[in-house]
Design a protein around this ligand. Structure first.
Ligand code: LLP
Length: 421
């Protein structure tokens, strides 16, 4: 469910016609719906309320815009961060330090210091080496870092290979059969308080079984750790619940996910932590774009060339991902087209042979479900700059990220003296 619906033939974001935003700020532009963000945060939270003790940390990587994080903070969500930059954003958005979890396979020395000094709630350690380094940093400062050990359960998430993280060959976590030893070693270090285990097997999961398989392994590990005399008070079950990108696709609901979690974690007696990203913000955003040209060559399928490109929304080029593509003011006519951006490589293709609303030059259209892993994965390739982001709230709206023009990017570059003679 989302708040991008047609009214009298025009696509709206909540109570605002998208054409009004295009007129005011130009295209391409990301548009987020506050009501949709809030709804998803609440639905997820309410679904998990059947579990005894729960902490939800929004995975900031999915959408780190400060306004989006603000909405999350107001809904009582914490943050899952993977860099010093994300940590700073979470704090700036008003998330309490103790509600922040620091994940990530390559935390750097300065980022660990940043997390410690901010007093974040938990570090999810990805290796013994990382734990040893963090222990030293903490002990030097007379601090103690709350930690969970991320395990790699060797489970196939049955998602795209590039976003699968729980197979033995993936770089994430420690092998689950070594986890008890590593946990015990780390628990003996001053500077660390080992308090739990963490797992995240991948993103955009369309089935619950892989989660359940992974959680069963985590449950067995918790029992093993306790039998070995270790304390386990927290279990971070990661994110990963997928969303439909194609109208008509059916995905497990947060309620079904919560019931599976309740089943899988029965008797664990821990605080359960979650790191949802996409399921909260995915369909709370669209990428609004304008048709530049329709190119028809002989008898071939026409190319609808839009002003958005792979640098603005990388998912189709990167993962072959599908995003529904709809006209803002459909005529009722349909066409079959290749939807492409203006960038000079064939990979800059949003869709091939797509049956879509008939479009003509100048028409507005949206790529839907662009609220997660959209703007945040943008680049300035082809010197196109970074596009603006807008948030809508009823009939109000605001630019929540300025367009960064190519000149602003090149202003940070310089020609060295040795090239000037
Ligand atoms: N926790 C950890 C440790 C993660 O690595 C991720 C995502 C999440 C939570 C949030 O997962 P979510 O609930 O959003 O599925 N760029 C890709 C997705 C990469 C996901 C990376 N990790 C895409 O556009 O599909």
């Amino acid at each position: 469910m989302n708040h991008f619906d047609y009214r009298d033939g025009d696509l709206y974001a909540e109570d605002l016609p998208l054409s009004a935003i295009a007129d005011a700020v130009g295209t391409p532009v990301y548009v987020y719906s506050r009501a949709t963000l809030e709804r998803h945060a609440r639905v997820f939270r309410d679904a998990l309320s059947i579990l005894p003790r729960v902490h939800i940390a929004f995975a900031i990587k999915a959408n780190p815009n400060l306004a989006v994080l603000n909405v999350m903070a107001r809904e009582g969500l914490g943050a899952d961060v993977v860099s010093g930059g994300e940590l700073a954003r979470a704090l700036a958005a008003g998330m309490a330090a103790e509600d922040i979890v620091f994940s990530g396979v390559g935390k750097q020395h300065h980022e660990m210091i940043q997390g410690l000094e901010a007093g974040i709630g938990q570090f999810n350690l990805e290796s013994e080496e990382e734990g040893i380094e963090l222990a030293e940093i903490a002990a030097e400062r007379g601090l103690v870092a709350n930690c969970a050990l991320r395990v790699n359960p060797d489970v196939d998430a049955r998602t795209h290979a590039k976003i699968s993280t729980g197979k033995a060959e993936n770089k994430f976590g420690v092998p689950i059969d070594r986890a008890c030893t590593i946990y015990s070693n780390l628990a003996a270090l001053p500077g660390l308080k080992m308090r739990g285990v963490a797992v995240h097997i991948g993103s955009q999961l369309s089935e619950l079984e892989p989660f359940e398989e992974a959680f069963a392994k985590v449950g067995a590990l918790i029992a093993e750790l306790r039998a070995a005399g270790q304390t386990v008070t927290h279990a971070d079950l990661g994110g990963g619940l997928g969303v439909p990108y194609k109208a008509g696709d059916v995905f497990p609901t947060p309620e079904a996910y919560a019931q599976m979690v309740a089943r899988a974690t029965e008797g664990w007696d821990v605080t359960l932590m979650f790191e949802p990203g996409r399921v909260i913000c995915g369909n709370a955003g669209v990428l609004l774009t304008r048709v530049v040209r329709v190119k028809r060559s002989s008898n071939q399928v026409p190319f609808v060339i839009v002003d958005a490109a792979m640098n603005d929304l990388a998912r189709p080029a990167m993962y072959g991902a599908w995003h529904d593509f709809d006209a803002v003011a459909p005529t009722g006519e349909k066409m079959t087209a290749h939807i492409v951006g203006p960038i000079c490589e064939t990979g800059d293709t949003f869709a091939m042979d797509r049956e879509c609303d008939a479009l003509a030059p100048g028409d507005l259209a949206v790529f839907r479900t662009a609220g997660a892993y959209g703007a945040t994965m943008a680049s300035s390739y082809n010197s196109r700059g970074f596009i603006a982001e807008v948030m809508v709230d009823g009939d109000k709206w605001a630019v929540v990220a300025d367009r960064i023009v190519p000149e602003a990017i090149s202003a940070a570059e310089r020609v060295p003296d040795f090239l000037k003679d």
